[in-house]
Design a protein around this ligand. Structure first.
Ligand SMILES: Cc1cc2nc3c(=O)[nH]c(=O)nc-3n(C[C@H](O)[C@H](O)[C@H](O)COP(=O)(O)O)c2cc1C
Length: 332
């Protein structure tokens, strides 16, 4: 099954995606956090953060829009940059976006979604270049009720989408509370596009369980679980390879490819790439620190508590670097 790295604004930055692909890998595609309109134009800062990957790892940009007009401006900007695959966000639950009729705030507006899907249907005609552009959708069940997704499904089924990623929660739940598997199963049964599951996956055995329960599933998209455990995708792929060659028991169970010290060593390698990039790109301790401290946020369980606190509290670059050196002392 395909493993997709979910976009997380502020965490899965261009340099994070590049460093992850280089050090851990195992991911079939990295989704970039959404590109949005600012002062009538595609936000420059978001555009600059794209094109991070070279080689085999794929990067798929994402857009968030409240109307067909915003959608066209953003899609055109990405097509002009040479992208031939674009993901459309209909799931963001942040009030700043929802209140502006974007993300999960669009799910209750069948007419606006229909207009955007009409543009996708005629995409090659609106595209100035020649390469056909593929569109996918990342969505929730609704902002207030799962009825919203089921009202949209006939429209989505009629649109030539390359895939739908479903996070089976409501916008009003944000990222907490129960996942609605009953609605997910109904959507899985009725959706005519390749379907990707997203939400709360943190272990290899959970990936395997999804594969077993939903054999038609095109993939799983993982966000926080991958930030906390960056080797997750590679561990799953290693298990699949072993199963193929029959060199290991073909049971789906959690495997530990690497000893904890190896894991920490790789985390430090990945951090070094991000740290060097921040030092080259930003100026002043506080700017640099704001770009590197977020790397550790989801990794809290993997490093000693005392060091984690020092990283979080560091207000000067030398305090931060001293904390990182302390992690090195935990390596063999
Ligand atoms: C801080 C934060 C930022 C996010 N930014 C985006 C985004 O830009 N685009 C998007 O589609 N989803 C975004 N998400 C949602 C994630 O992609 C993902 O759907 C969510 O975290 C649930 O998956 P997980 O349980 O595997 O983390 C964000 C989530 C968080 C917590």
């Amino acid at each position: 099954m395909r493993i997709l790295f979910a976009p997380l604004q502020g965490y899965t930055t261009g340099i994070y995606r590049k460093a992850h692909a280089e050090i851990f890998g195992g991911v079939d595609a990295y989704y970039a956090p959404f590109l949005r309109i600012e002062n009538g134009k595609p936000r420059e800062k978001d555009l600059r953060d794209l094109n991070a990957l070279e080689g085999n790892a794929r990067e798929i940009p994402q857009i968030i829009a409240n109307s067909v007009d915003e959608f066209k401006i953003l899609a055109d900007a990405l097509i002009a940059k040479g992208y031939t695959e674009i993901d459309f966000n209909m799931g963001c639950p942040f009030p700043m976006q929802v209140n502006r009729h974007r993300g999960a705030g669009l799910l209750s507006d069948e007419q606006a979604v229909q207009e955007i899907m009409d543009v996708i249907r005629t995409a090659p005609a609106i595209v100035k270049g020649t390469a056909p552009v593929k569109f996918s959708v990342k969505m929730r069940l609704g902002q207030d009720s799962p009825d919203e997704a089921f009202a949209l499904l006939p429209i989505l089924n009629e649109t030539p989408l390359s895939q739908i990623t479903l996070h089976p929660r409501l916008g009003k739940q944000q990222y907490k509370g129960a996942i609605d598997f009953k609605s997910f199963e109904k959507f899985y049964a009725e959706c005519r596009h390749p379907l990707v599951y997203n939400g709360d996956i943190t272990t290899v055995s959970q990936i395997c369980e999804m594969e077993r329960r939903y054999p038609k599933l095109a993939g799983v998209m993982i966000g926080r679980g991958m930030l906390a455990h960056p080797s997750l995708a590679a561990e799953y792929k290693a298990l699949c390879r072993k199963d193929e060659t029959g060199s290991a028991q073909s049971s789906c169970r959690d495997i530990n490819c690497a000893a904890p010290q190896d894991f920490l060593g790789k985390i430090l390698q990945m951090h070094q790439i991000i740290f060097d990039h921040a030092c080259q790109t930003y100026q002043g301790d506080s700017q640099i620190l704001s770009h590197v401290q977020s790397f550790w946020e989801y990794l809290e369980p993997s490093i000693p508590k005392k060091i984690f606190k020092k990283i979080k509290k560091a207000g000067k670059l030398n305090e931060y670097q001293a904390a990182i050196i302390e992690i090195t002392s935990h390596l063999p």
